[in-house]
Design a protein around this ligand. Structure first.
Ligand SMILES: Nc1ncnc2c1ncn2[C@@H]1O[C@H](COP(=O)(O)OP(=O)(O)O)[C@@H](O)[C@H]1O
Ligand SMILES: [Mg+2]
Length: 257
């Protein structure tokens, strides 16, 4: 793996970094503007590290809207989402607002700041859920998986209660990060909405237990969840999203505590 490099703001106008600040183009004027936004956010340096690549530098993640990298501020390390210059979003305000609402019910990385082109949030050090499950070994594995899944479903229930639909949980290989202390974080509230019918619990169950590569892995690692019974429990929950019906879903998934 390539070594990580920490670059102070004053060096960010070098070509290699301009291309990241304004991904995927080289636009010096735009980079200067973005640099001022970074100063406003209190960012002192950017750290290029992580398992993904954007051009030839290491980053934490890359999606259709953003590039996510580590930023250093006076408060320590944070995650910085950079709006891609070709993103079909006008700014980061909507995502910040959705993340803030998620934070209000204890979900997602903590929002630390926002400008037109950047969202600064808590840095989540961990592995994406499928990789985390794959690399788990040894005693206590089942208990750990169950604890993490229980937590994720509970967070989804809280999002449902808050009428905040994440929007990308039915296929979420990149949107749940699990830390070394077994705490899972749901990320990317870019497509979240408070104007849709919520389906966080049903979507995540679909993804984890019914129709995905991860569901196949789960079948091997945990006692098999009966699809028909789960679909039935989810239907009841969808009709009446009560705590009681949610707990029935947990029971069917083998996650009751
Ligand atoms: N707070 C964070 N801490 C660590 N990694 C993150 C954080 N937020 C996002 N990531 C990583 O960056 C990737 C891309 O971020 P995401 O918000 O999904 O961007 P996009 O909206 O472009 O899809 C994620 O899949 C995740 O792996
Ligand atoms: Mg994403």
């Amino acid at each position: 793996m390539q070594k990580s490099e920490t670059i102070p703001l004053k060096r960010l106008l070098e070509k290699k970094y301009v291309e990241i600040l304004c991904y995927p183009r080289h636009d010096e004027k735009e980079a200067e503007k973005r640099l001022r936004e970074l100063k406003k956010l209190g960012v002192k340096a950017l750290e290029f590290a992580g398992e993904k690549k954007a051009f030839d530098v290491c980053v934490l993640g890359k999606g259709y809207v953003g590039i996510v990298i580590i930023a250093h501020t006076d408060m320590g390390k944070a995650a910085l989402k950079i709006r891609r210059i070709d993103a079909d979003r006008a700014g980061m305000q909507h995502e910040a607002e959705m993340l803030k609402r998620a934070n209000d019910v204890g979900v997602g990385p903590k929002l630390l700041g926002v400008t037109g082109n950047f969202l600064l949030m808590q840095f989540i050090k961990g592995k994406q859920l499928p990789k985390w499950v794959e690399t788990l070994k040894g005693r206590g594995t089942k208990t750990r998986i169950r604890k993490v899944l229980h937590d994720i479903l509970e967070q989804c229930y809280r999002l449902d209660k808050a009428h905040l639909d994440h929007g990308e949980l039915s296929h979420a290989p990149k949107h749940i990060i699990v830390c070394a202390d077994n705490s899972p974080y749901i990320v990317d509230f870019e497509t979240a909405s408070v104007n849709r019918r919520v389906s966080n619990v049903t979507s995540i169950c679909q993804y984890v237990f019914i129709g995905s590569q991860l569901a196949k892995t789960m079948k091997k690692r945990l006692e098999e969840v009966n699809t028909e019974t789960l679909v039935h429990a989810l239907k009841a929950y969808k009709q009446e999203p009560t705590k009681e019906n949610f707990e029935k879903v947990l029971v069917v998934c083998g996650l009751q505590s």
